[in-house]
Design a binder for this molecule. Structure first.
Ligand code: AGP
Length: 613
């Protein structure tokens, strides 16, 4: 989503905010821009460009070393196409105020009409531009930037984080937020603002995470925090301890490959501190859930988007089998407008890597409003979803930078297995023996994943054979069906190939008509209980000339004569196979996309964190 950076201090403002933006490039964007209130006065200098940061930089040669308070922005189009006029910063008609924004101004059309009537001329199609004209109008009346920004904020509805710089007040930035993330970086004689921590890490480790409703005035000497009405507030800075390397590629050609390789460690980290010496699961964050309280929940609802939703589909099956209770799993964008059957008897799980996905956050708020108890599974510490849940169990994937989710998915699965076992143990639904057996099998998963990654060369060979094909199907039954959905999503989002996932038994109800020579059909067949059924489906595909790629346990040979290609994975307990079987699928998607020369880490039209509806 949009990236925001700002700087006041002795460094060249333009260069600093652009370098900060580079740290946020992974978030996905389609245009960029920068504004600086140059020391010595005069009008603001504003440069914008459609396309990647490099395009903007090529237009900045004369401004690169300009000193002064500066803001910069990478935009992911929502209102208006990805053009140069629509790029941020937007600026007042006299060119003295510049503003950048992440989020959506819901009432912008009424405000725009009102401003046009008053004679304001708009240079873009964006919702954001109304905000800068509102600030300008208020400044004409009040003569104070702070008062003008506050007044403008009272007029807009919607979700935003904004940053403003102006030649009316040199050496001063203002920012405010109601929804989208915003942080301050505190330096010595200089200060920073950004939409995410990696932007400031090379300059300072002292960071304040702003909360909804915060307003900040930032000068080289310090920051003043207030609420939107001007009441003083205090937010304690914290020290960022991450290694800068963890946010970089670490020698891999793409973040995606690096993140695939990080999965064994991420899985082990996610288990850490959640297993007892007696081989049982114990999740401290769920300590407050008693047997009686759990008994009061008549059903479970899981809500998420995209990959996190696919993790929820695995959890549905696992929870139902273990907890013997109906579990519904919903896509957040559907859930929030569906008048959902949620009440105080609902235990609601919200899954999100970023913790900021707008649809998922709205679904959480709706479920909470209806009385549900909310447990979230989140990767980003301190994110909105984490903060607004009754309990949050963090995945320990570390920063996931590639838009296509890999390590976040497997750690979500790990946390969900742990939660299922924890709750089943509290409710006394599993024997100690079963519980300990699961724990031993969970502990073995990082090694199983490592061994699949170690066989990546085999997948590379297959990817080279498949990269010129254009239609892919993914089939599976039970847990394998959930993995098929995730595998198809991985391929389509980074290789731009058409990929469909089906419950294998559904094939004969329609999609079988599409199977013909040249079509690739990836068949996940790791579930012993339905293996024979799966085999019949695979034979139906082979009989129609589809190219069969089988994904099977290493000791399974019943597909040897039917499949055109086989990817073997270590045999694990069938319920846990999604954590292992997805790995060759991630590698296949990555390697096919690489063969096709795609922009793997930042696929077209997509963003890492979808913070608008
Ligand atoms: C995954 O590869 C996707 N890029 C996407 O589906 C993602 O999982 C979805 O947008 C949800 O994001 P979240 O986990 O941050 O809420």
């Amino acid at each position: 989503m949009c990236g925001i950076t700002g700087y006041v201090g002795p460094r060249p403002g333009v260069r600093t905010v652009i370098e900060m933006l580079r740290r946020l490039e992974y978030r996905g964007y389609d245009s960029a821009g920068v504004a600086v209130a140059a020391q010595g006065g005069g009008d603001m200098r504003i440069v914008k460009a459609a396309g990647k940061l490099a395009v903007l930089e090529s237009q900045l040669q004369d401004h690169w070393e300009t000193h002064g308070a500066a803001i910069a922005h990478t935009r992911w189009a929502t209102h208006g196409g990805p053009t140069t006029p629509n790029a941020h910063p937007h600026f007042s008609q006299d060119g003295k105020i510049a503003l950048i924004h992440n989020g959506i101004i819901e009432n912008y059309q009424e405000l725009r009409a009102e401003l046009i009537t008053e004679g304001f001329v708009f240079a873009s199609e964006t919702d954001t531009e109304v905000m800068v004209h509102l600030v300008d109008r208020a400044f004409q009346k009040r003569g104070s930037m702070e008062a003008a920004i506050r007044e403008a904020l009272t007029l807009v509805t919607g979700a935003y984080s904004i940053a403003v710089c102006s030649s009316h007040e040199l050496e001063t930035l203002y920012c405010a937020k109601t929804a989208s993330p915003l942080i301050l970086g505190l330096g010595e004689g200089e200060n920073f603002l950004a939409s995410d921590i990696p932007a400031v890490m090379r300059y300072t480790r002292s960071v304040i995470v702003l909360e909804d409703g915060d307003f900040a005035k930032i000068t080289p000497a310090g920051v003043t925090l207030t609420d939107l009405t001007g009441g003083a507030i205090h937010r304690e800075p914290f020290a960022v301890t991450w290694d800068e390397q963890t946010a970089e590629k670490g020698g891999f050609p793409h973040f995606m490959l690096k993140e695939i390789h990080e999965q064994p460690r991420a899985l082990a980290d996610t288990l850490r501190g959640r297993l007892t010496d007696s081989e049982r699961v114990f999740i401290p964050e769920l300590e407050g859930f008693t047997k009686e309280q759990l008994a009061s929940f008549s059903h479970i609802h899981i809500v998420a988007c995209g990959t996190a939703y696919h993790a929820g589909m695995v959890a549905k099956r696992f929870f139902e089998n273990l907890l013997r209770r109906p579990v519904e799993v919903s896509v957040a964008s559907e859930f929030r407008y569906s008048d959902p059957l949620v009440s105080q008897q609902t235990l609601c799980f919200i899954i999100s890597q970023s913790g900021e996905t707008a649809d998922t956050l709205a679904a959480l708020r709706e479920a909470k409003r209806l009385g549900a108890t909310i447990v979230s599974v989140v990767n980003v510490v301190g994110s909105s979803i984490a903060r607004e849940s009754h309990a949050c169990v963090y995945t320990q994937a570390g920063p996931e930078i590639c838009v296509a989710s890999t390590k976040a998915y497997v750690t979500q699965l790990m946390v969900l297995y742990l939660i299922g076992l924890h709750l089943a143990a509290v409710e006394e639904r599993i024997t100690d023996e079963t519980h300990q057996g699961f724990v031993r099998d969970l502990v073995a998963l990082p090694d199983a994943v490592e061994s699949v990654i170690g066989n990546a060369l085999l997948v590379e060979d297959l990817a080279a054979k498949l990269a010129d094909r254009s239609v892919f199907f993914y089939l599976g039954r039970g847990y394998d069906y959930a993995v098929a959905l995730e595998a198809a999503l991985k391929l389509k989002e980074i290789s731009y190939l058409h990929a469909e996932a089906y419950a294998a038994g559904e094939l004969k109800h329609g999609p079988l008509a599409l199977i013909e020579p040249g079509v690739i059909v990836v068949c996940l067949a790791t579930q012993p209980a339905v293996f024979d059924k799966m085999l019949s489906n695979i034979k139906e595909v082979a009989a129609r000339g589809g190219t069969v790629v089988g994904v099977v346990y290493e000791n399974e040979h019943r597909l040897d004569t039917t499949a055109d290609h086989l990817l073997r994975i270590p045999a694990v307990r069938p319920e846990l196979s999604p954590i292992v079987s997805i790995v060759p699928m991630q590698l296949l998607a990555y390697l096919v996309a690489q063969q096709r020369g795609c922009d793997i880490d930042m696929p077209r039209n997509l963003a890492k964190s979808v913070t608008v509806e």
